[in-house]
Design a protein around this ligand. Sequence first.
Ligand code: NAP
Length: 400
Amino acid sequence: MGERIEYRDGRWVVPNHPIIPFIEGDGTGPDIWRAARRVFDAVVEQVSRGTRRIDWLEVLAGEKAFKQVGNWLPDATLDAIRTHRVAIKGPLTTPVGGGIRSLNVTLRQVLDLYACIRPVRYFEGVPSPMREPQKLDVVIFRENIEDVYSGIEYRAGSSEADAVIGFLTERFGAKIRPGSAIGIKPMSKFGSQRLVAKAIEYALRAGRRSVTLVHKGNIMKFTEGGFREWGYEIARERFGEKTIPEADAGTGKGDGGRVVMKDRITDAMFAQLVLRPDEYSVIAAPNLNGDLLSDAAAAQVGGLGLAPGGNVGDGYAVFEATHGTAPKYAGQDKVNPGSVILSGAMMFEELGWNDVATAITRGLGGAIRARRVTYDLARLLPGATEVSTSAFAECIIEHV
Ligand code: NAP
């Protein structure tokens, strides 16, 4: 029988048979989940020689939940994820029309999943617009609660927007064109520092060389500039022995094996990732910067098709494919399960099962190098053999 994953003193305590809730997802979700689960079970079994096993617990969300229990996001699902702490999900249809809670937003708020983590790396053989795509290997930590995601926005001409404009004009002499729409961008020291701390902890754990704070502090001095200042502060105060600011590392002292803390202005960072990607390793960014950078970086290594993601807080984490449900291919055993499989690898890495994570990534890399791939990659890779979702999973297992 499976046991619960616990979280004590800032660490995961993972039994050999953990219970992990999963949401298979809508559209092509069941196809890719079936393939992913097959890979996870086979790799865990192989790597641990049968000593570890996942006890998967299905929880409902999306169309399946609506059909079975009349609710797109049943409370039982939230309760199960809260109880078992770590979950994985396939893509869900975003229902059109009001009154429906978005699972992602709800989970982010209820479980305080404040870090959206997106690793971006190249797999040999995947077509990329870059000459040396293999030089990009970054893990992006994006703040997930504040900044533009806090959702404080008022429509142009609304009484709320007009009231805010009136207040700012009268109290602070701000110059705002009447009738403007208003968006508010709150960023706190607390929210920024816990995100940067998570990125530094990851860099230390994973043996990564640097953490780069990406901000637009030259223009927005107190929000984006605050992110930079607070980031350096937490590095100094909490990780003083283990980190070194780039300015000091460059003075001939060397980094002494410490994590180098850098910062870059957002626009420059986009250029840097294209021109000198190998100078960056872990990236910590406020919400909007991180959002833009994640997709741009994924495009450099060949697109979003293989991009995994995780939303992580303190003691709770939900991993997911970053693409949607691709409904026109539902039930055809056709689409690429790579994104959800790599999200699983991230999940195992987060839980400390690095051997499983590495083996999954190796298997996926091997399948791509063997050019036995699903239709999306086959149409781009010269000489490739197109295989089904399930056959791709078997090919991954063969290459572990
Ligand atoms: P989408 O489902 O990501 O599909 C767009 C296109 O991307 C597909 O037609 C397909 O391209 C390609 N694609 C997506 N997943 C693929 C896979 N696993 N393997 C190979 N190709 C893949 O985006 P959408 O059509 O805009 O959204 C459909 C539904 O998903 C909507 O209800 C949306 O709200 C929802 N959605 C959910 C999430 C989530 O749950 N995280 C994220 C995004 C969207 P080709 O047609 O070129 O083959």
